[in-house]
Every structure is written in C-alpha cells, then in structure tokens.
Write a protein that binds this ligand. Structure first.
Ligand code: PTJ
Length: 255
C-alpha cells in the first residue's frame, strides 16, 4: 500500500508502524484490540525516550543466551507481531532454531490462517498452532491462549511471548517454562512475571536480538549460562522505571 506519511515527518517511524498495524487490521491479521495495545505501547515508548536503553540491551543479551541454550524453544506469534515484524520474527526463529506457533488472545481460525500465510510468505517453513488434532490445553489460563500445540508451546522449555496479555506468562511459568517477553510497559503483569523482559519496542529490539544471537552463538555453553545467571529481571525492570523517571525529570527541567 502507498504510504501517505512523508519521510521528513518528525514522527515518521512511529507513524509507519501505525500504518503497518492498520494495514494488518485491514488484511485480517490484527485484532481491533491490537490497535489499542499499540497505542499503550507507544505511550511507554515515548516515556522511555524511543530508543533502546542500557537495561533493554542487557535483557536482549540475556534473552539471546537463553534462546541459544534452550533445548526446544518456541516463539509465540500474535496478530500485532505478524503485522509489524513478520520477516524479523521468522529470521529470529531460524537464527536460534526455535519453532513458530500462532497463539491468539482473541482467537479466530480465519485470523490464524492469515497469520500463518504471512509468516510463510516471509520465509517460515512450518508454523504450529492451527491443527485441531495437534492441540491441547495448558492449565491455569481461561482465555483462548490455553489452546497450544502438543509439539510446540506444550513441550517447550523456553517460550518467547511478545506483546502478551497478562495471565499466560504466569501459567507458562507454573508449567515450568522459561518466559521471554518484549513489553514496553515495565509495570505490566507480563513484564513482572517473565524470566526475561525486554522493555523496548519490538520493532527495534527484534533486530538487535537477532544480531546478539548470532554473536553469542560462537560462545560456549558455560559462558552463555553465566550471562543468564548474571541477569536479574526485577533489577532490570527497576532500571527501566528509573530510565522513565530520569527522562521525565530531564524534560521537566527544560520545559
Ligand atoms: O492477536 P491477539 O488476539 O493475540 O491479540 C494481541 C494483543 C496485543 C491485542 C493482546 O495480546 C493484548 O490485548 O495485549 P495487551 O494486554 O494490550 O498487552 C500488550 C502489551 O504490549 C502492553 O503492555 C503494551 O504496552 C505492549 N506493547 C504494545 N506495542 C508494543 C508493545 N511492546 C513492545 N513493542 C510494541 N510495539
């Protein structure tokens, strides 16, 4: 689709992401609520300074190490991810040898199929999460997200859940899984319950995660485990909240 956003617009990047989501909605990938979720994310991104901070960089490194030591990692894909970074999510799955599984909060078979089609168009060979005879239930979740693939999330040791709603992270943790999330809101339940929270816009952080995974793939298991054990998610979230506080203090001074 032809864009109406001039490259010179001071907020062009952010507006282009909005455009991808609106196109994603028009093409049956994104839930209406996904547009609202993006708005909440944008507000936090503004407060974070719209750049990848030091804390997010540390979380990206820990996430890369965690994905590389995983035995059966799975990346969960929802409508927003399929609309804003389909190519990158497929690239990440290849880089860290993770399976892709479509898992929706606002479940809808037609939307699932559209997401699978988009991922395949962007290079995915296999996408789990659509076959009824391969589905099972994860306990502790009331939403449609409880329906998972027997060969995917159900047996995964590490699950990446970008742009997640609240209750699934806790259920995944209770099921013994290690959870990595991308969430611009460091206060959200998902952020607070995941093992590794990347507080950054997924559109920026995903490419950094691919690069970091490539770099760390040359390291041995012992060094990767050390990176993971040195990472403290609670501390990292606090650092992100401090980054917001410092940005606001700085802005309050120059205002
Ligand atoms: O496609 P579905 O049916 O699975 O639905 C997907 C949405 C995103 C609608 C669903 O999971 C949902 O309602 O999520 P929430 O509860 O709105 O949470 C989304 C979180 O992602 C919020 O904390 C936002 O701040 C954050 N977020 C939104 N956009 C981005 C983001 N984080 C990183 N990058 C973004 N671009």
């Amino acid at each position: 689709m032809m864009t109406l956003i001039p490259k010179s617009h001071p907020r062009a990047k952010s507006l282009l992401i909005r455009e991808k989501l609106v196109d994603g909605f028009d093409n049956g990938l994104v839930a209406k609520e996904g547009l609202l979720a993006q708005g909440r994310g944008e507000a936090f991104d503004y407060l974070l300074g719209e750049k990848t901070g030091k804390a997010a960089t540390k979380a990206i490194k820990a996430a890369a190490a965690q994905l590389l030591v995983a035995k059966s990692p799975v990346i969960s894909v929802n409508g927003n991810i399929a609309a804003i970074c389909p190519k990158e999510i497929v690239k990440l799955s290849t880089q860290v040898k993770a399976k892709l599984e479509v898992n929706l909060f606002y479940a809808n078979q037609k939307r699932k199929q559209a997401i699978v089609k988009t991922l395949k168009k962007n290079g995915a060979k296999e996408v789990l999460g659509t076959k009824i005879n391969s589905s099972t239930k994860l306990s502790g979740i009331d939403s449609a997200r409880r329906i998972v693939d027997k060969d995917g999330i159900f047996v995964a040791d590490v699950v990446v859940v970008p742009l997640e709603d609240g209750d699934r992270t806790m259920a995944l943790r209770k099921a013994g899984k290690i959870v990595i999330t991308f969430d611009l809101n460091p206060l959200s339940r998902t952020s607070q319950t995941a093992n590794i929270t990347i507080v950054d816009n997924v559109t920026r952080a995903i490419s950094l995660l691919i690069t970091e995974s490539k770099k760390l793939s040359k390291k041995n298991q012992k060094s990767l485990l050390k990176i993971i054990s040195n990472f403290d998610n609670k501390k990292n979230l606090t650092d992100n909240i401090i980054q917001i506080k410092n940005n606001l203090t700085r802005r309050a001074k120059i205002a």
